[in-house]
Design a protein around this ligand. Structure first.
Ligand code: GH3
Ligand code: MG
Ligand code: MG
Ligand code: MG
Length: 409
């Protein structure tokens, strides 16, 4: 009985991952065929590989019972050379419309320690490959429904993270056919009658190529991940995890471009911790660092998910508030100011009370403003007003109120 893994086909058939084949009837049948006689090698056995799903499932289940374990989970004996760098055996799909030859090839491949599934025409192979993503396809050239050449072309469209090594088999020995095959994306070819030692060499080379390709693809994934990580680290303030000046510059430019193109608005707020020098002087720099972290965490929690927090420098932070008017921005900042106060971090004794922040809010770039930083300058003027008016308060850009007030015009 053949032992192996079932692969269900949509047409009610299944393919069997051959791991070992011992069907006597099948062997006799195959031994009698002309192909078998041409290719016979003592170690070869053959078995019917495509069968009704019910029949195959029954056979596999019966054998599982016989062995006292599930044969579907069984892996083939795979020597170091048949396994790739994942430590897994190469998965080969044999596509051949001649039943005897198909059986003989799959037996030989299993004997070499590889996993093998079979398909009897190009279309069936294509359906199976789209689901199973084989490492190697060993395909006949002339087949009903879909030729080996067309199957090869389609297979190439699936290559990406994995690579399928495609070997074309053909009785046609003229060189121009091989060139056509290579142009369609085949990696190698083998002529019929198939010399099994030659096939062994071809599969070794296939194992090497697919393994290298997988390694390369994994390295690329790692490189991309590292590059994304370093991109993010280069734009993050290490102490507070807020965005840094580089990220701020990039984001501001993006917001302003969006504003100019689509009329989206945004607000900018500058936030400064009050009397922070006194805190540092009273409790030391490391304690001051901890306050910066706590204040940043508190502000992040108080902001909406689309709002962006940056460390502008020292004990100053900046927030971009997308899609908010000056009034809405001021309201959001009032919420932020009270949350910082409610953390209740005791200030230096000479100041008294707790850590507070002052905030200046301005709307994003206006028409005619040359620099992307012009809105920050207006927010800074508002912040200065907040400090002057006694700290722990929010002030808005006064120039905007005048400009928007029709009475004042
Ligand atoms: P004001 O209310 O006017 O803003 O007073 P202030 O004391 O906060 O402002 P000032 O500009 O006089 O001092 C800012 C202080 O912030 C001084 C500096 O040591 C402190 N500071 C800046 N960056 C850091 C930092 O990374 N860690 C710590 N611990 N302190 C910092
Ligand atoms: Mg054929
Ligand atoms: Mg300051
Ligand atoms: Mg300050």
């Amino acid at each position: 009985m053949p032992r192996g893994h079932l692969i269900s086909m949509s047409d009610g058939h299944i393919a069997v991952w051959m791991t070992e084949a011992k069907s006597k009837e099948a062997q006799m049948e195959a031994d009698a065929s002309p192909n078998a006689q041409a290719l016979r090698r003592d170690s070869l056995h053959s078995a019917p590989l495509m069968q009704s799903e019910k029949e195959a499932r029954e056979r596999i289940a019966a054998e599982a019972l016989e062995n006292g374990n599930a044969s579907q989970d069984e892996q083939p004996k795979s020597g170091a050379e048949s396994a790739d760098k994942r430590g897994q055996a190469l998965r080969v799909l044999v596509v051949e419309d001649d039943a005897d030859l198909c059986a003989i090839l799959s037996e030989a491949i299993v004997d070499l320690g590889y996993l093998c599934a079979t398909a009897r025409d190009g279309l069936q192979a294509w359906t199976l490959h789209q689901r199973e993503d084989f490492d190697v396809i060993l395909s006949d050239w002339n087949m009903p429904q879909l030729t080996g050449l067309e199957l090869c072309r389609r297979t190439r469209t699936l290559d990406g993270k994995t690579y399928t090594y495609f070997i074309l088999m053909t009785g046609m020995s003229e060189k121009k056919h091989f060139l056509t095959g290579m142009d369609a994306g085949a990696d190698d070819y083998i002529t019929k009658p198939v010399d099994l030692e030659e096939l062994e060499v071809r599969l070794k080379s296939a194992a090497r190529v697919t393994s290298l390709h997988r390694e390369l693809a994994n390295n690329n994934v790692r490189l991309r991940r590292d590059s994304e990580h370093f991109f993010s680290v280069a734009r993050t303030d290490a102490l507070t995890q807020a965005g840094n000046r580089l990220r701020l510059e990039e984001d501001l430019r993006a917001f302003e471009a969006r504003g100019a193109r689509y009329g989206h608005r945004h607000c900018v707020a500058l936030i400064d911790i009050d009397h922070f020098k006194n805190y540092n002087d009273a409790f030391g720099h490391p304690a001051g660092d901890e306050v910066l972290r706590q204040v940043a965490d508190c502000m992040r929690e108080s902001l909406r998910s689309g709002d962006q927090l940056y460390r502008y420098g020292g004990e100053e932070f900046l927030v971009i508030l997308p899609e908010q008017s000056l009034e809405e921005g001021a309201l959001a900042m009032e919420r932020l100011r009270t949350s910082v106060q409610s953390v209740a971090i005791a200030q230096a004794p000479e100041i008294g009370g707790c850590i507070t922040v002052s905030v200046g809010v301005a709307s994003g770039a206006r028409l005619g403003e040359a620099s992307t930083n012009a809105c920050i300058k207006r927010a800074d003027v508002a912040l200065y007003q907040a400090k002057k008016a006694g700290r722990n308060r929010v002030e808005t850009d006064a120039s905007e109120v005048v400009a928007d007030d029709p009475v004042a015009k």
